[in-house]
Design a protein around this ligand. Sequence first.
Ligand code: CTP
Length: 405
Amino acid sequence: MALDGKRIVLGITGSIAAYKAADLTRRLLKAGADVQPVMTTSAGRFIPPLTIATLAGKPVLSELFPEAGQAQDAWTKHVELGLWADAIVIAPATAQTMASLAGGFCDSMLAAIVLSARCPVMVAPAMDHDMWAHPATRRNVSVLEGDGVEVVSPAHGELASGLVGDGRLPEPEDLVRLIDEWMASSKMDADLEGGPSMAGRHVLVTAGPTREAMDPVRFLSNGSTGQMGFAIAAQAAARGARVTLLAGPVALETPPGVDRVDIVTADDLMHAALEVDPDVVIAAAAVSDYAPAETSDRKLKKGDDDLTLHLQRTPDVLAALGERRRDGQTLVGFALETHDGEAHARAKLERKNLDWIALNVQGEAGAGMGSATNRVTLLGADGQRVEIPTSSKADVAAAILDAIA
Ligand code: CTP
């Protein structure tokens, strides 16, 4: 099971379904997880903390500030737990707790842990049907989903109010299965721990496509989704590096701890790249090599059957960084090829004065742009060759950072 050996902060909030948290705790432990229960004060009205603490074999945390007899530094526990956890699961999650999380409030130990956490968060809502359907709750759900929180759909059935509808907390058995599947999914796949520390290093990552405008509504671009670059930025930040991520137009969330600068064109990328002096550059962006020689201020209207576009070269950002490379700087490029990959990649490595180039092959199953996985051959300027087998982009990112360390 994916849950085996995982550290879970189990948040329990004030719903009648809190009684199910006892069984859920027991089942999570049985699946091999290490469970730290955290209850809101209102959860304690539905189930005694002693029951949960006894099952979990750990004291329940509830108050953000130290209670009588507790060490005065106990209030920093939220930061510790936010870093300790592999995942946070809040079950049951009340409308109140979801509103608090969506608003970024820090009004309980649980809310403080969520705000401090670097790990993924799942909430399993439980409330009356009309509360679940209320526009305010819908809004909070979509805010949480936008923040990357996994929101479990409540089950349909008889509710504590006597009404029938959506709002029931799924049975603990089903919840454990959902949590396990979620933890096995690619989002949780990223092994963001381990690997050599990158503390004190500044890493510049470029990611995603660029867009070169023809007119106010049309542009030249490519199918890059930015996943590979974002995975590298996430890994480097998790290893303690200061990370600047120059991102083209992509629909991805900024990984925790990463400074993101959005760019659109190759020119923008060049300007942004020259503003920093990183120790490591990893250029995963699929930069458009050409841009329309002229950009019309007004939408181009169709005319003849043929249209000839006059294009001109864009600046090569990585080559420019290679030219001004300073001692102690490591430069890594990507080469996406369809044929003669190794020869093309080696030529780019030399031409751009790089230390490493990551070759991937477009058209190969499970590799390249838009794929959730990648297969990379890493070629070093010193002749080294590292084969990274087909794996999630998070694992490929980890392997690239391991190799260049
Ligand atoms: N790159 C860059 N700026 C550009 C073009 C590419 O920084 N204007 C970087 C990419 O991020 C990648 C590497 O250079 O790390 C790719 O090299 P390149 O020779 O430009 O690859 P292609 O664009 O695929 O070139 P070709 O069409 O010649 O294969």
